[in-house]
Write a protein that binds this ligand. Sequence first.
Ligand code: ADQ
Length: 474
Amino acid sequence: MSRLIVVSNRVPLPAKNGAASAGGLAVALQSALAARGGLWLGWSGKICSDEPVGPLTMLKDGNIEYALTDLTDLDVEEYYQGFANRVLWPICHYRLDLAEYGRREMTGYFRVNQFFASRLLPLIQKDDVIWIHDYHLIPLAEELRRQGVKNRIGFFLHIPWPAPDVFLAMPVHDELLKSLTAYDVIGFQTRQDRENFAACLARQNIGERLGEEEFSAAGRTFIARPYPIGIETDEFAKLARQAGNTTLHKRMRQSLDGKELIIGVDRLDYSKGITQRIDAFETFLTRHPDYQRKVTLLQITPKSRSEVPEYEAMQKTVAEQAGRVNGALGTVDWVPIRYVNRSLRRPALAGLYRMAKVALVTPLRDGMNLVAKEFVAAQDEDDPGVLLLSRFAGAAHELKEAMLVNPYDVEGTADVIARSLAMPRDERQARWKSMMATVRENNVFTWCDTFLGDLAGDEAPEGVEQPRLKRVSR
Ligand code: ADQ
């Protein structure tokens, strides 16, 4: 097996207290790296004010090496906060209105990608396979190719790829599309994302589509394929089963005092539809007054990207909105919405999912949404909760037995909350069983193995349709 190099903007260093605190993605990639031996390179998170940036910090854990680079103030401002988070993120989430395109940021984005390439170059060995992650690093393979790298390079996009009319509104669309053709394998969360990408190529007359998944451009071929990301399903289910005895769990049960729990768990981000969700919950309580004093919405939302103005404004909006609903509908002994800006450890989160009767997972747009899959994995098979899921989350392409909603339709979502709370146990069990089978099958290890299999050009496992790819020399 070839050595593996993973590159991502941030690098999850192994936790001192074991895997329970790490997310499924980190665990799966670390186990792939451990199996083959390998290297994970990315930004250290540190900002240095002097140029040039110092040498890489190298750390070793078993046969995995971590290579961390600092970035300058300007790099972080232009590449990370600027182009990645204020152009690519909003555009890929269909928020053209929030994209702040600036030439300086675009130049910084390509410059930092060149910088990452120059840091990686001396570490690459002849047969290494390289797996690059997410929207921060789209042009990285092109930069590596320019510097003579001939290794197999794959790219996985964790966020949606938008429809051509949206993507092409971004001034540097052709540069990004062409740079993607330098990869051997491009992974998307869903078939729809891949089709949007293919439609952008076709619209811009870049390359040629040779088959469902095979494309050619500039004298080389590559595949673009959906690889729906999953979670560590069995591990997460175990955490949820064990959570019943924890102090947090007991305190939470006590404080609910017999009320049903509805749960929402999201990073504070405009793509997650939190304000529309609170509107829907308020509408539900107003239209179904019988449920007042009988349910509580626990919305757990750690702050994120506070340096971007839209995120800072949103912190205020959501807190005020929750406060307004609580003021209008709450009573001396009942708070309709508990709004918490904290990150919880995974065992605590798993226990809360299991305690909840309904989860509201209602992003306006989401690449996959792992909260939906975690909620399913955490349920008690004898008495499972109901997943209410936005049809605009990648997860809706797989979890068809969830209660699918249009999160923009506040009244429609309010009605589905009522239906979900009233759903009989046999229907809940039938829906859950089918979703759990999917979440088990498409877990994060399958995702990782399938992608790496394609990247290595392995034989397809029996029954799995695999593109027929000619290796082309570059
Ligand atoms: P995110 O936008 O971060 O990821 P998501 O897939 O939901 O969205 O993953 C969030 C993760 O953070 C989950 O594992 C969740 O448990 C955890 N989390 C959220 N709130 C938490 C809290 N309060 N405390 C502790 N943990 C919390 C991006 C894309 C997604 C895509 C993933 C993976 O935007 O669409 O599914 O990458 O590819």
